[in-house]
Design a protein around this ligand. Structure first.
Ligand code: MG
Length: 343
């Protein structure tokens, strides 16, 4: 075992880091506050409403490659990923703050485009940009976004509500964004690429935060836990079972995969189970549902959104136990979800 003082951040990983430092900040919180550990912090606000706060930091070279994403897409995505965390709590986004560290050689035209992309989403969702901070960066572009939203008390969904037997479901296809990322890393982004490639790239560059879906699901009592799919269900479901003290069984043959991802998977030899389970940034919602009421919920959801809810597995009793099944047989996946310090 390593000497504690010599431990590096890469030894404990992103989640080890959070586990090490968060207890000292969450232990003595007043009962009516939710701090570190869910998609948003939840703060008492006005009559029967709570304030939601979320923040995300995006760094060139880690979260995006400045040379490989258009500034308009980057502006859109910076806001979208934060709105997705508001959706995950069942809330409605209200205001945003943007802090940005800009390398001095950045062209104004690039920034104009960044804000055009941002505005295209902020106008659609009614989210006002209220402030932030601007600074010179010595090297790379750094973007930090904070979004505030509101949610009705009693209609908030947490990661901690899952119960053994619950059906696990997602609100959209899995793995498209990872497929898009693989195309980018393999330089398959040119105009002459096929329509399947274009679709995956768009899904990677312009994720749609599932705000209306989140609001709808938060108002259904049979939905017991909710979060957004940001790091991939492999990693995200681990968060749910940690918070809810249970286990999980994922049925790989039920993971929803788009026809575009299937096509590219065949063409480039991708393992689609791994792409769908471990690929991040799909930004759909992941829920657990009282099994007795799942079919009714799925029907209502289909009626409302003209799209299905996809059941992908169930919550089990064995604490911390994570099992993948394919047609009933246990399987091991090579790649696991995203962790910032473990690559
Ligand atoms: Mg989240």
């Amino acid at each position: 075992m390593k000497d504690k003082s010599k431990l590096k951040i890469t030894d404990i990983g992103e989640f080890g880091f959070i586990a090490r430092f968060s207890p000292s900040f969450t232990r003595k919180l007043p009962k009516n506050l939710v701090g570190i550990g869910d998609d948003c912090a939840v703060i008492p606000w006005k009559n029967r409403k709570k304030l939601l706060v979320t923040t995300d930091l995006l760094l060139d070279g880690v979260h995006f490659l400045k040379e490989k994403i258009s500034p308009a897409d980057l502006g859109y995505k910076s806001l979208a990923v934060n709105l997705s965390d508001i959706a995950a709590m069942g809330g409605q986004p209200l205001w945003a703050f943007l802090s940005i560290a800009i390398p001095p050689e950045t062209e104004i035209g690039w920034l104009d485009e960044f804000f055009r992309g941002w505005r295209s989403l902020s106008q659609k969702t009614g989210v006002y940009l209220l402030g932030g901070d601007t600074t010179r960066s010595t090297e790379k572009l750094v973007i930090n976004v904070m979004v505030l939203g509101e949610v009705e008390d009693g209609f908030i969904k947490y990661r901690s509500g899952a119960q053994p037997g619950d059906v696990i479901a997602v609100t959209g296809d899995l793995g498209d964004s990872e497929g898009g990322l693989r195309l980018i890393l393999n330089n398959r982004t040119k105009n002459q690429e096929g329509s399947a490639e274009k679709y995956l790239l768009k899904r990677h560059y312009r994720p749609r935060p599932h705000l209306e879906e989140g609001f709808f699901l938060a108002h259904r009592a049979e939905v017991r836990a909710m979060m957004d799919v940001s790091d991939g269900i492999d990693s995200d479901l681990k968060r749910i079972i940690e918070c809810s003290d249970c286990g999980v069984e994922v049925h790989l043959e039920n993971l929803p995969v788009s026809s575009a991802l299937r096509k590219c998977g065949q063409k480039y030899g991708w393992n689609l189970d791994e792409v769908a389970a471990a690929g991040g940034e799909d930004y759909c919602l992941l829920i657990t549902v009282n099994p007795e009421r799942f079919s009714e919920l799925a029907r209502k959801y289909q009626q409302r959104f003209k799209r299905p809810l996809f059941p992908i597995g169930r919550i089990t009793e064995q604490k911390g136990n994570f099992v993948y099944l394919k047609n009933g047989q246990p399987v091991t996946l090579r790649k696991t979800g995203f962790d910032h310090f473990k690559t």
